[in-house]
Design a protein around this ligand. Structure first.
Ligand code: KG4
Ligand code: ZN
Length: 338
């Protein structure tokens, strides 16, 4: 079975072809970062328009790279939500139209399910059950994953997502949007210990997070200091250390409290090298293992959607439609509702 995955929930158009026997056949991606850069954030209308421009050429390219034709595709999987409604509609339209024309099933995939299953695209891959730390631009959640579609939310951010905090802090430091990666690079030149930032909700006794206070603390530091390159790097490092401390500590206690020994990290912030190093060290110290997606599958991509679709298809879930007579998107969609 070959599944065509379509991801258009935010500012990346991602397409992939996944074979249930041979794995990932191809994937293509167009990132709109440059389009939104000058606005300091994603402009939904521009995002939708660009998805329309990119989606068909990217599908053609993915088919070419996989050396197959459209008629060989057995099912379509598209991101139904959560995300930007207009952007989601592009993937939903094209996915449903292709399913109608080719008379094949179409599966509506939850974006976060795509993220949290993405480490299963790599080898070695985790086995169920595991704890997933989902750290993206829009979400920060700890989830107990018992199987496909069996997700128990352990905790989540009460305000900003970790990626959002990285982006907002990066902006305060004068870095371009999305600034997570640039901030991490700047932090590499930082001196540890010069600034100490709070660890919000460290002792909250639950698995919830709060990151908006950190951004405010950084803003105060910036107001009170002359920002040279070195000071900027020192602040970036202090911020990154605070976020990593909290993510690592809460992930470890989620593992221990649930008696599990596998941690899966998914979402854009999962590309952060220092977070990876810390989680490898901490999980090893308690005899547990941490799994990460390949770097290219940390941020939004079509492969994770094609893969989640393939998993759903193999489970023979009947939650897919055969026609485009009705389809909808869900800008807000709780993962636990799956
Ligand atoms: O998962 P993703 O592509 O988007 C959502 O679904 O939200 O994650 C994007 C987020 C952005 O906030 C970006 O700044 C952050 O991931 N990010 C990073 C790094 N690379 C991407 N944050 C910290 N360190 C990185 N290396
Ligand atoms: Zn995402």
């Amino acid at each position: 079975m070959i599944v065509l995955g379509i991801e258009t929930s935010c500012d990346e158009t991602g397409i992939a072809l996944y074979h249930t026997k041979y794995g990932l056949l191809s994937h293509t991606l167009y990132s709109q970062t440059e389009i939104h850069n000058e606005y300091g954030g994603v402009v939904p209308e521009l995002a939708s328009r660009d998805h329309i421009r990119r989606v068909i050429p990217l599908i053609k390219q993915a088919l070419k790279e996989a050396n197959i034709c459209l008629k060989e595709v057995n099912a379509i999987a598209y991101t139904q939500g959560p995300g930007l409604a207009g952007a989601l509609l592009v993937g939903a339209c094209i996915g449903s139209a292709l399913s109608f024309a080719l008379e094949i099933p179409v599966l509506n995939i939850h974006h976060l399910e795509g993220h949290l299953l993405s480490p299963l695209l790599s080898t070695p891959s985790p086995t169920f059950p595991f704890v997933a730390l989902l750290v993206s631009g829009g979400h920060t959640q700890l989830i107990k994953v018992n199987g496909i579609g069996e997700y128990v939310l352990l905790g989540e951010t009460v305000d900003d997502a970790a990626g959002e905090a990285f982006d907002k802090t990066a902006k305060l430091l004068g870095l371009d949007y999305p600034g997570g990666r640039a901030l991490a690079e700047l932090a590499e030149q930082g001196q540890s210990g010069r600034f100490k930032l709070p660890r919000p909700m460290r002792y909250s006794g639950d698995f919830n997070f709060s990151f908006s206070g950190l951004k405010t603390a950084v803003s105060t530091l910036i107001k009170n200091h002359h920002i040279t390159q070195q000071t900027g790097a020192d602040i970036a490092l202090a911020f990154q250390e605070a976020v990593i401390d909290i993510l690592a500590e809460k992930s470890l206690s989620a593992l221990m409290q649930n008696g599990l020994s596998q941690l899966v990290v998914a979402g854009g912030v999962g590309a952060n090298i220092q977070l990876r190093k810390r989680l490898v060290r901490d999980t090893t110290s308690i005899g547990a293992t941490v799994f990460f997606p390949e770097f290219e599958f940390c941020t939004d991509n079509g492969a994770m959607i094609a893969f989640a679709g393939a998993m759903r298809l193999q489970q023979q879930e009947i939650n897919y439609q055969h026609s485009m007579s009705c389809f909808t998107v869900r800008a807000r969609w709780d993962l636990e509702m799956l």
